[in-house]
Write a new protein. Structure first.
Length: 68
């Protein structure tokens, strides 16, 4: 059985990791949505999208490949 203090220690260790994963995932999802919107709705090239979002063109390429 896990004691309250053990559970608290585990929570203190895991919580920052969970938050980091959430932030990373949220950023990736947001970039994917933005890249898709800029490509489909506004007809921007991957280079233009990369400049607009402040990310590399290869990242844009990966995000669009993931979206489609």
């Amino acid at each position: 059985m896990i004691t309250t203090s053990t559970a608290a220690i585990i929570a203190l260790i895991l919580l920052p990791l969970i938050v980091l994963l959430y932030i990373t995932e949220s950023t990736q999802q947001r970039q994917t949505r933005q890249a898709t919107r800029l490509s489909r709705h506004y007809g921007l090239s991957q280079r233009q999208i990369a400049q607009k979002l402040g990310i590399s063109q290869s990242t844009v390429s990966r995000r669009l490949a993931h979206a489609f």
